[in-house]
Design a binder for this molecule. Sequence first.
Ligand SMILES: Nc1nc2c(c(=O)[nH]1)N=C([C@H](O)[C@H](O)COP(=O)(O)OP(=O)(O)OP(=O)(O)O)CN2
Ligand SMILES: [Zn+2]
Length: 125
Amino acid sequence: MFELSVRDDFGAAHRIIGYPGKCNNLHGHNWVVEAVVCGSKLNELGMLIDFKKLKGALKEIIGELDHHYLNELEPFSTANPSAENIAAYLYHKLSQHENIKGKCHVKFVKVWETEKSAVSYCEEA
Ligand SMILES: Nc1nc2c(c(=O)[nH]1)N=C([C@H](O)[C@H](O)COP(=O)(O)OP(=O)(O)OP(=O)(O)O)CN2
Ligand SMILES: [Zn+2]
C-alpha cells in the first residue's frame, strides 16, 4: 500500500453561528489543507497518482472557497463552516474528483484552522 500526501491553503472568512464566544463574530483564517490518498496499484510510470493531478484536484476544490465568506456558500448554508464541516466537505469533493476516482482512495483530509488546531476527516475504504 502506498500513501501520498499533498498540502495547500486558502484564505476565507467565516463565523460559527451560535458559538458562545468570539468565533460567533465574522473573522478569517488561512486554512491549511492536507489530503492523504492511498492505494496499491501503480501505473506504467510507477505512480499511484501523479502529484500534479492530486495537487490540481485539491487546488480546484479549495479555489471555490478561497476569498469567500464561507457561511454564504451552498455547502455551509445549513451547517456551520467549522473545521470539521470543511474537512468533511473537502473529503467528499476530493473523493468524487475525476483525477482521483478509480485511481486511489482518499484516506483523510486534514484542515488546520490555526497553527495550533487541526481536524482530520476520514471514512472507511
Ligand atoms: N472543534 C472546533 N472548535 C472550534 C472551531 C472549529 O472549527 N472546530 N472553530 C473555532 C473558531 O473558528 C476560532 O476562529 C478558532 O478558535 P481558536 O482555535 O480558539 O483560535 P485562536 O486563534 O483564537 O486561538 P487562541 O489560542 O485563543 O489564540 C473555535 N473552536
Ligand atoms: Zn474561525
